[in-house]
Design a protein. Structure first.
Length: 288
């Protein structure tokens, strides 16, 4: 739909679930509201992301990619690059994209080509594409772990992509499928809601519908590797309410079924997690 934000998904292990999320919830939270999302595209390299940006006519983009506050967006620079820590070079690439008279034998091109592990013409091509992006002053919403925890790094991506503003979370972020089942024999929803999870590194939350239309929903999220790998288990006396619960916890959920997908923010220093319509979720995003 014209005017809706384009979603661009990088080489992440759960790309299919992210694509399904934006089909079911064609909206992204920003502050107290949400903006609509439309077309969903994928890319496998930083250059591929830039190509999608150059081809897009939208002024708002959502970029979903693994990341951290040291190495930035984790994606190969080009198809021939063996390196994925784009944050280590993004400031240099931003400087080159805004410079003039850059040629293939410029010492700065030679330097970044060496660090990216590519040939000089490949590095120059990447810089020239970034230079072409400087004409459009978009707003880019990064959805990936911890990029917002390093505001200066986040600002370097803003300059490199020629954006008016960029936003990213300052903690871990997941897209999780929630498929509740009835509690096993010997357990009830009230007993589970007050009990500690039986698995380690697990955060449990009980969601109650303020209208009492839906039965309670309990969602456990278990941390597996301290970064991008987590597991979930959820409980409900009425599993058929899952799709309706998606519409309660998200700006919208259009797929009515026995499950839904939700964005979750997870701060390692806290004991709980946040979902999109909560204030604790919205305040974890940083603008640069």
């Amino acid at each position: 739909m014209a005017g809706d934000a384009t979603v661009m998904i990088g080489p992440i292990g759960n790309a299919a679930i992210v694509q399904e999320f934006y089909r079911g919830c064609p909206a992204e939270v920003m502050g107290p509201g949400a903006f609509p999302t439309g077309a969903v595209n994928t890319y496998s390299t930083l250059e591929g992301l830039i190509d999608l940006m150059l081809a897009s006519t939208e002024d708002t983009l959502v970029v979903v990619n693994h990341g951290n506050d040291k190495d930035g967006l984790l994606v190969p620079f080009t198809a021939k690059s063996p390196h994925t820590a784009t944050g280590l070079l993004i400031a240099d690439l931003a400087t080159l994209a805004n410079a003039s008279g850059i040629g293939v034998n410029d010492s700065r091109i030679i330097n970044v080509a060496s660090q990216m592990g590519v040939q000089k013409p490949d590095a120059l091509r990447l810089v020239q594409k970034l230079a072409s992006l400087q004409v459009r002053k978009r707003i880019i919403f990064f959805r990936g772990c911890n990029l917002g925890a390093n505001p200066s790094l986040l600002a370097s991506y803003r300059v490199a992509f020629g954006a008016a503003a960029v936003q990213a979370p300052n903690c871990r972020m997941f897209y999780l499928r929630i498929r509740p089942h009835i509690p096993s024999r010997g357990h009830t929803m009230p007993s589970l809601s007050t009990a500690r999870p039986t698995t380690t590194n697990t955060r449990r939350r009980t969601f109650n519908d303020p209208t009492s239309t839906l039965g309670p929903l309990i969602v456990d999220v278990r941390d597996i590797n301290g970064h991008a790998k987590v597991d979930t288990e959820s409980f409900s006396d009425r599993p058929m309410d899952a799709g309706a619960w998606g519409a309660r916890l998200l700006p919208r959920w259009l797929l009515r079924s026995d499950n839904f997908i939700v964005e979750v923010l997870w701060d390692n220093a806290l004991s709980s997690y946040s979902t999109p319509l909560e204030e604790s979720y919205r305040t974890r995003f940083v603008f640069a």
